[in-house]
Design a protein around this ligand. Structure first.
Ligand code: NAI
Length: 410
């Protein structure tokens, strides 16, 4: 593994794959990283390996698989950016064991999802999906029956995190009453009101919108019993995860008229590509809007993702900051003025920090600041020292048993 010293930013080769948004390239250039290779597509394995052999930073989306094998062949790579939400395509443990933090952009598309939910709320209350479909087929469904305004209706938000709280703000701006349920106390936006139980929310809301994560507590959270608790004639929106709703039970609830309509963006089984047929018990039901998991898919979200992940790579490369890395101890660090910064990444085993400090105290170096963070596997210690001595220390730091990687930032 290459533990070489840091060198001018323009020599740090950054490889971006899969048509990552231009905002990432612009951000890197503005930050001094001008050696950026930008591929429009994922690369075949042999080309990927060849490209990564000389890369220090790599940006991928969901298609590129960074397996333990692929990572093991990289000599210089010191950080990975996933320009998307998920990080399953990277072997996170293997990356961590090589001292490579992995970053992503979990919240860059928050606003996009919130806007879709508001649009769908209006569509459901006006039956727009069906009226639009009929008109395209030559039909003319002019009627006010079962068409309602959003104003003064109650929006019930389940999961009041990044997206749920944005929906809350937009819904209230449209004159809705907002109630929400979350497993933890969350600060209310505007006049929104947190309710103590999901049952209370389901019995009060005209529209129920789901914004919870996929985990065991949310698996089939909205099942047959929960659907029965919803107000007769209310609506359900799911743009969270497909596992959160029992879609067979929802289909029955729509058929019976108990649920007046639904908008669903995520499904228990989703096609793997645009060529595959989409199968769901919800197909063909009245006032049911089905979208192909595009809640967060907007140009703005792609631009935000480009900037967010590029900034995380730059902050790590420039300063050693690992905040929000998904596989790494988290340190938030300010710029190191008038100092050299030693980044020491090691296996989390007893005695490494003491050994690092023995090297430092045995040298002439003046320590200006030190930060340590660990997780069960890794330790990350960052030390700022006066400029003269950093180069001399590096060899001794690398020789400490358990060391994975050591970088010096000038
Ligand atoms: P977040 O982590 O900011 O918020 C989730 C909230 O749900 C938290 O406040 C948490 O306390 C709460 N929660 C967890 N378990 C709960 C339970 N059993 N009952 C009630 N509340 C519970 O997440 P964020 O960013 O708001 O995302 C929400 C969901 O939206 C996630 O499932 C995410 O994967 C999905 N998503 C879907 C997109 C799409 O394209 N349709 C795009 C982006 C996110």
């Amino acid at each position: 593994m290459d533990h070489r010293l840091s060198f001018p930013k323009e020599k740090i080769k950054v490889v971006l794959l899969e048509g990552i948004h231009q905002s990432a390239v612009d951000y890197l250039h503005r930050s001094g990283y001008t050696n950026v290779v930008h591929h429009a597509r994922a690369l075949p394995l042999d080309e990927l390996r060849a490209e990564l052999a000389t890369a220090y930073l790599v940006g991928i989306r969901s298609r590129t698989q960074l397996t333990a094998d692929v990572l093991a062949d990289t000599e210089r790579l010191f950080a990975v950016g996933c320009f998307c939400i998920g990080t399953n395509q990277v072997d996170l443990d293997a990356a961590g064991q090589q001292g490579i933090p992995v970053f992503n952009a979990p919240h860059s598309n928050t606003r996009s999802v919130a806007e879709l939910v508001i649009a769908e709320s209006i569509m459901l209350l006006r039956g727009l999906g069906d009226k639009n479909g009929a008109a395209h087929r030559g039909g003319w469904q002019k009627s006010a029956r079962q068409s309602y305004e959003l104003r003064s209706k109650t929006m019930g938000i389940v999961g009041y995190g990044h997206i749920g709280s944005q929906v809350s703000i937009l819904a209230e701006a449209l004159g809705m009453r907002v109630i929400y349920h979350d497993i933890v106390p969350r600060l209310a936006m505007g006049n929104a009101q947190q309710l103590g139980s999901l049952t209370e929310l389901l019995t009060e809301a005209d529209i129920v919108t789901l914004h919870v994560p996929q985990d065991p507590s949310t698996h089939n959270l909205i099942n047959r019993d929960r659907l029965a608790e919803m107000r007769p004639g209310s609506y359900l929106i799911n743009a969270s995860r497909g596992t959160v709703v029992d879609v067979d039970a929802l289909a029955d609830a729509v058929r019976s008229g108990h649920v007046a309509g639904a908008a669903v963006d995520v499904f228990p089984r989703e096609p793997k590509s645009n060529d595959e047929t989409f199968e769901s018990p919800l197909r063909g039901l009245p006032n049911v809007i089905l979208t192909p998991h595009i809640g967060g898919s907007t140009v703005e979200a792609q631009r935000n993702i480009g900037q967010e992940v590029a900034s995380k790579l730059v902050n790590y490369s420039d300063q050693g900051t690992t905040m929000s890395a998904v596989n790494f101890p988290q340190l938030s660090l300010s710029a190191h003025k008038d100092a050299h910064r030693l980044l020491h990444i090691h296996h989390n085993q007893p005695g490494v920090l003491a050994a690092v400090n023995r090297v430092l105290t045995g040298s002439e170096a003046n320590i200006l600041g030190q930060h340590l963070q660990t997780d069960p596997q890794l330790g990350y210690v960052v030390t700022d020292v006066d400029r003269e001595h950093a180069d001399n220390l590096r060899g001794d730091l690398l020789a400490i048993p358990g060391t994975i990687r050591c970088r010096i930032l000038y």
